[in-house]
Design a protein around this ligand. Structure first.
Ligand SMILES: NC(=O)c1ccc[n+]([C@@H]2O[C@H](COP(=O)([O-])OP(=O)(O)OC[C@H]3O[C@@H](n4cnc5c(N)ncnc54)[C@H](OP(=O)(O)O)[C@@H]3O)[C@@H](O)[C@H]2O)c1
Length: 341
């Protein structure tokens, strides 16, 4: 099969690096373009030495014309607001775009502008963007020109709640998500609060009730529930590099056992290559999902039968970003969904 030419814009960041790492070994693609923010005279294998003998490309500042000339499909691993300045020309030139940023995830522009504190510059393409959570939207992703790759926290949260929400098992007014993320979740850029000495041996909650991923989780769960719903979401910063562990508390509308809940979740995800519902009340750990595209899920129902506790584990750079973006590319291009992993 002829390989398609792909590019990674923002290849020097954490999600961009992870994309390049997966794509360089992907059987159906050739990485033909990579860029960073600055125009430097440097090659990608000088930045990431493990690409020696695998990928040898210049890594300069983003050039729209070069990206269009060299690629069939582009990943945008850029800060929000930068993606929506780059995507329109690529889409106009007939390229497929998978955006890892938040720019095309929220359908309500007012909500985007409130949470991201900036105006939206590409509402025309926002309408056609497909939210790239394969387990929920696979059919729509197949024909998408523009995929809005989900946020890291929303991926773990939505996958943990979707089966119960869809089946009407939960009291939708009583859902609490207690999520903990490793430091790479904030990107590679310098930030005092993320210095090793600030984070190491510490643990803290942040952005209570105002995190930008709250409206994304609400939007997608509302679609699944087919009625308005809103979760209470509390993110935490873990002193580790990668991974998100989410502990989700959901009141059950009807009493049930752990075994009964497990059967429902197992059935919902039975054909999913990257979701692993643990049996017999076993609970997931980050070490089992780091550097993978898996979302592992463990379930327990409180002995009262009235409260479900769902624990999900993902790698924020894997299923929470680059891994999921490659999974989306596989779906868009008609490749085996697990190719490259
Ligand atoms: N980190 C995660 O776990 C995660 C998970 C899901 C989604 N995301 C989203 O993915 C996107 C990228 O995140 P990240 O963590 O990879 O960020 P990052 O490590 O800070 O990388 C950002 C990349 O964008 C480039 N860049 C920055 N400003 C630019 C500009 N004005 N023009 C062109 N290129 C520019 C940077 O180039 P230089 O290196 O040259 O500065 C770098 O390659 C963000 O929107 C983020 O919200 C991140």
């Amino acid at each position: 099969m002829k390989k398609i030419q792909v590019g990674v814009v923002g290849a020097t960041g954490y999600t961009g690096e992870e994309l390049v790492r997966i794509l360089a070994w992907h059987p159906n693609v050739a990485v033909s373009y990579v860029s960073g923010k600055e125009d430097r005279d440097i090659r990608i294998q000088e930045i990431f030495p493990y690409l020696k003998n695998r990928l040898d490309l210049e890594c300069k500042a983003f050039s729209q014309s070069e990206a269009i000339e060299k690629c069939d499909l582009l990943f945008l691993s850029l800060p929000h607001t930068v993606s929506m300045q780059s995507a329109p020309a690529l889409l106009k030139a007939g390229k497929k775009v998978i955006d890892v940023s938040a720019d095309y995830r929220l359908k309500n522009v007012d909500v985007f502008e409130k949470f991201y504190k900036t105006s939206h510059k590409d509402t025309a393409n926002l309408k056609q963007a497909v939210y790239g959570l394969p387990e929920i939207n696979r059919e729509k992703i197949k024909s998408a020109e523009l995929v809005a790759n989900p946020g890291c926290y929303p991926t773990g949260s939505i996958l943990g709640l979707a089966p119960g929400v869809k089946k009407g098992l939960f009291d939708l007014s009583g859902i609490y998500i207690d999520a903990k993320s490793g430091v790479t979740g904030a990107g590679r850029k310098a930030d005092k609060a993320l210095n090793f000495s600030e984070v190491n041996e510490s643990f803290k909650a942040y952005k209570l009730f105002e995190h930008q991923h709250v409206p994304e989780i609400d939007q997608e769960l509302t679609r699944i529930a087919k009625k308005d719903m809103s979760v209470i979401f509390v993110p935490h910063l873990l002193p580790i590099n990668r991974g998100i562990l989410s502990t989700i508390y959901a009141r059950l509308s009807k009493s049930m056992t752990t075994e009964e809940l497990e059967v429902i979740y197992q059935k919902f995800y039975k054909d999913e290559p990257f979701v692993n519902v643990y049996p017999k009340g076993a609970l997931p750990e980050l070490k089992n999902v780091q550097r993978t595209n898996f979302c592992d899920i463990g379930l327990r129902v409180h002995p009262s039968g009235k409260l479900a506790v769902i624990v999900t584990a993902i790698d924020n750079l894997g299923k929470g970003a680059a891994g999921q973006a490659v999974q989306n590319m596989n779906i868009v291009c008609g490749f085996d969904e697990t190719a490259g992993f």
